[in-house]
Design a binder for this molecule. Structure first.
Ligand code: UGA
Length: 462
């Protein structure tokens, strides 16, 4: 039996792939990271992560220092090198459709398969519509010189941005979608250090493994939209959604995570995954089964419009020429990702209504500027709030949570704030003379307040 350590290739060095490649090297494997983007390859080879992810830079440099990782754009080299090939390329939403774009996944599998002439395992980690792995298996067997000796498995990834390294090295669970004992053994071998930590493992067929990922993200999105739907009910009745969420969260069956009301979900995963899931279900003739995800999406998008309504209301009914400080652009804190970011979308909508929007995000300004060059971007909280007539908190970075309302009050033109993320201490702001508003919370000064403990229960770790 071959006792050489497994050689691992990772195709696609974006968020998921770069993290997976680095973590595989940290676990002791020889790793080759592969990408068609030569700029990315150059950055990673020089020890620089081309996106913001706390802790990943150090891990990359550690892996490079131990000579366990290299990066290349050469698929021939990848095909020769790997015993296991992980495919981690993106599956974004297609232009003009809810479907996932599978061109990159298909191309990665094809490029590898046509070059591999010995027994090896191709493992998909990208999020794909159910049925894709089966289709790719047939294609791979068809085009590869190795024929059926080239096997395919699916191993969905559940990492969160901002916690990518931790989630990869210490996941809640592992899921292996396999069609043979050999494929399962290969995956068990490569994930041995993680399995040895008693990480739960689910071994499944390909379709179930594909579905776990979209089902998980759909569930999380539904939970967020559920509490935001309750916020709408609170808005109509004068009830307080933060107190409601707290009371719900004490029920262990419900739990407080992903029950934080506010501006809703965004990013490169949850929004496109629920849309692609609906699209796939319709293709399968079972659209009705997940039709509710359309409502989940609609509730989520309404949060953005309602946040704009609140800013307009505070501004006196008309946003034309009103200086608004937009605090945050990233889809969540500890990330520079602005894909489908609710924060940036609100800033854009305010701008479209004629407001003078000044955006500040501690990490995402550059990406936001690329997406919406028309908005004004500044490099500090002070510059953003200077002379502001309304402040709107859109991404709950610690820097914003910990800002002193008294000091801020001296910088702004008007003490008016919309806390779109329910992240600030309303009482402190009101005591410092601010008009404080949050969706789903009564606007009067006498509104009930959460204790610090109640806030902790609801504050997700991401
Ligand atoms: C999400 C999943 O949590 C990961 O398990 C999954 O691997 C990943 O998608 C993916 O498919 O690759 P991520 O997009 O990094 O991870 O971010 P989350 O922490 O899930 O947050 C998603 C959005 O929900 C953010 O915009 C966040 O602000 C929002 N959110 C989260 C709320 O509005 N309320 C909450 O209570 C929690």
């Amino acid at each position: 039996m071959n006792t050489e350590p497994l050689r691992v290739t990772v195709i696609g060095t974006g968020y998921l792939g770069a993290t997976h490649a680095v973590c595989m090297a940290i676990l002791g494997y020889d790793v080759l990271g592969v990408d068609v983007d030569r700029e990315k390859i150059a950055e990673l080879s020089a020890g620089r992560v081309p996106f913001f992810e706390p802790g990943l830079d150090e891990k990359l440099r550690e892996a490079l220092g131990s000579d366990r990782i290299r990066f290349t754009a050469d698929f021939d080299e990848a095909a020769r090198f790997g015993d296991i090939h992980f495919v981690c390329v993106g599956t974004p939403q297609q232009e003009g459709s809810n479907a996932a774009e599978l061109a990159y996944v298909e191309s990665a599998f094809r490029e590898l398969a046509t070059r591999i002439d010995r027994k090896a395992l191709l493992v998909g980690k990208s999020t794909v519509p159910v049925g894709t792995a089966q289709r790719l298996t047939e294609m791979v067997h068809d085009v590869s010189p190795a024929g059926d000796e080239l096997e395919l498995a699916w191993n969905p990834e559940f990492l969160r941005e901002g916690f990518a390294v931790e989630d990869t090295l210490h996941p809640d669970r592992l899921v292996f979608g396999v069609t043979s004992e050999w494929a399962e053994q290969q995956l068990r071998a490569v994930f041995r250090p993680i399995l040895d930590e008693d990480t739960p493992l689910v071994v499944a067929d390909l379709a179930t493994a594909e579905l776990v990922k979209v089902a998980a993200n759909s569930f999380l999105a539904t939970k967020i939209s559920y509490i935001n739907a309750m916020a709408e009910v609170c808005e109509a009745t004068g009830a307080d959604v933060d107190l409601l969420a707290t009371a719900l969260s004490y029920d262990d069956r419900i739990g407080g995570r992903f029950l934080k009301p506010g501006l809703g979900f965004g990013g490169g995963c949850l929004p496109k995954d629920i849309r692609a899931f609906r699209h796939r279900a319709e293709e399968l003739g079972i659209g009705q089964s997940v039709a509710f995800l359309g409502e989940v999406d609609a509730i989520n998008i309404r949060r953005r419009e309602r946040t704009v309504d609140l800013v307009r209301e505070l501004a006196g009914g008309d946003l034309t020429g009103v200086r608004v400080a937009a605090l945050g652009a990233a889809f969540k804190p500890n990330s520079d990702d602005v894909r489908d970011a609710p924060a940036l979308d609100v800033a854009r909508l305010l701008y479209l209504e004629g407001a003078h929007v000044v955006v500040y995000d501690p990490e995402a300004n550059a990406n936001a500027h690329r997406a919406y060059p028309d908005l004004d971007y500044v490099d500090s909280l002070g510059d953003a709030t200077d002379g502001a007539e309304v402040v709107v908190l859109l991404t709950e970075w610690d820097e914003f949570r910990s800002a002193d309302p008294g000091l801020l009050g001296h910088i702004v033109a008007q003490r008016r704030i919309v806390d779109a993320r329910h992240a600030l201490d309303a009482e402190r702001y009101r005591a410092a003379g601010w008009e404080y508003r949050a969706l789903g919370r009564p606007d009067g000064a006498g509104a009930a307040q959460l204790t610090p403990h109640e806030k902790d229960v609801l504050t997700p770790p991401s």
